[in-house]
Write a protein that binds this ligand. Sequence first.
Ligand code: NAD
Length: 309
Amino acid sequence: MQLDALAIDESVSALFPPERLLDALRDSPVETTVIDGSTDPVVDCDAVVTFQYRERFLDVEWIHSVLAGVDRFPRDRLREEGVVLTNSTGIHGDAIGETVAGYVLSFARRLHEHAANQRRNRWSQPAWDEAWTVAGERACVVGLGSLGRGIVDRLTGLGLDVDGVRRTPVPEPGVGRVYTPSELERAVSDAKFVALAVPLTDETRGLIDGDVLAAMREDAYLLNVARGDVVDQDALVTALEEGTIAGAALDVFETEPLPESSPLWEMDEVILTPHAGSITRDYYRNVADVVREGVRRIRAGSDPVNRVL
Ligand code: NAD
């Protein structure tokens, strides 16, 4: 592949100012520019770094997604056109791990409840049996890739016993028992926290349905930092309303932004974060590292890192 000029699509501003990435890549051997949403086609660029997919990117040779998930890209189309697609998997484990640890500690130490009371100038201590500590509790992490790894590290650090679910049941450091997807209901049945860290694929769409929710403990919490469509959101709302699980922390939703009419907004034992679990002020630096390495490898005639297509 010929790689002399790289574009940064302005849509990356959903995560960081494009100029930051431009600056971080100033030592790159390829000419790098920021393009706006209207440039048509992507003039004189061989590759584009982007948050959003645009039709005109079919003209470039390499697209790099600043997200880990590539579910929003038309993969069949790109494959047909011979466009190389890479993602930013590998950079989110620390931020997501800390976000999930935050959810876990909030539920146990009732921080979300105290924050809600503070908004109302209300001094209200929890009842004697409402607050707890997390050491010795069990978590199940579904998906043991880079997000899963970041979550496992934080939760084991807090003293939880962690099981996991992955497609091949090979051992994973820090994970007590590794289940396969066909054993999902058994895997979640003993966990206080079920954390989702799988990509959205044909196999994982609706993975957490009414049956899986019914298999969870009544005092369990579902933590979703993967993709909204991995969970049957109506079944989740029903489980929360009927109290068949204790609560949920959700960073991702079937529809984003979450519509104002969603009953999830009003639920006391639900923590909602606006797809912010991996946002960090270092995001652009982390993307720059992946892009720089991709450029280096392509120019050396080999495959870029994190190649999806
Ligand atoms: P990754 O590729 O490193 O890991 C995904 C893991 O899930 C892989 O190990 C894969 O084998 C496993 N997997 C796939 N299907 C499975 C199944 N049916 N059951 C169990 N395991 C399965 O990707 P990652 O960087 O860990 O990211 C995972 C997903 O999380 C992304 O695709 C993205 O959709 C989402 N994500 C969300 C945020 C956020 O801001 N909330 C940030 C980063 C990633």
